[in-house]
Design a protein. Sequence first.
Length: 418
Amino acid sequence: MIDLRRLREDPSYRAGAEKKGAEPSFIERLLNLDEQKRSAMHDAEQARAAQNAASKAIGRAEPNDRQMKIEHASELKNDLEKLEEVEAALSNEVDELALQIPNPAHESVPSGGETDFVTEKEVGERVPAPAYDHADLGERLGLVDSERAVRNSGSRFAYLMGPAVRLEFALVQFAFDLLEEHNFVPVVPPVLVREDMMVDAGFFPTDRHQVYEVDGDDLFLTGTSEVALAGLHRGERLERESLPVRYAGFSTCFRREAGTYGKDTRGIFRVHQFDKVEMFSFCDPESSWDELEMLRSIQEEIVSSLELPYRVINVASGDLGSAAAKKYDLEVWLPSEGTYREVTSCSNYTDYSARRMGARYRDDDGSGLLHTLNGTACAISRTLVFLMENCQQADGSIIVPDALRRYVGFESIPGPKD
């Protein structure tokens, strides 16, 4: 949630919110309501003090004055109840509007939309289009069965089969081995969470249209284990000297992919259900920008170890999403399309979701809000897509990168027989 005091007093903070699309008129409306709320709180507090004093005066009153004191205290109580109603109504309205203000973009974030990113670096040789694209090769080699999945579950679902399953778990093992070297604690979290957790993690209300809701329950299928990992220290205070506290979550993820009709419909690049290893960090606010660079370096190490050509982009403000103050995307070269496509991202949410969750640190000087960061370590289905194309040989076989061979027990997947 936005820091209303900083939004009111810090011009650069407000400029960062406007950079991400917050309308100045909307901000003014919110700040005016917040001013009214704070005034109502002051009035209610004064009325509460007066009502408490009047109640105490009843016990000290002479018998002939007691009834008058009781009537006066009753009037003050009625006035207080009305002021508290006004305060509650204004507080609810302020909270509702504040949830719609995005986390201000960091000053290093470029302005603009989806195509206005800044390329930080490119690594590796971009190979030409292979004999088979990932969708065709996956079906030919029996690695992916989309036809039966569509028949049973609908579009954008797939069965992973045979060696693809072994590669999936090899990727998971490889990612966890690397992450544990960086003090990440492995976690298999719940994939269903309550609505208030979706709000606190920063996904609702803005991304609600992308989430599957379980009918009849206050439960939602998460699109990333980031949501449940964020809840691990919800409402808690961590010792500042113990920071950062890092978790690596493995889960199946679910996304409606609303608004992507007709896009990436072949293969397993964009599906409703997929598995992912996610990094999450509860961090000291003074070191969160260094932590973001650390997450990015881990992502680069994973992609480089898989021998995939990639680039790192600094995502523009209009494409950041509500919670991120800054985000890097790692995009891998997809030969069949002749372009880079996203495989992972990492973001610094600063104190945006920690404020909603009440996640704080404490030290000898008191307490403060944590910063939270997240990043994908390995999105399985997309990584398989990139391996099928970048590691494909002239005969359609797939060479397994050295980093995965000790996990799968084979060096390649034979090409199609036809």
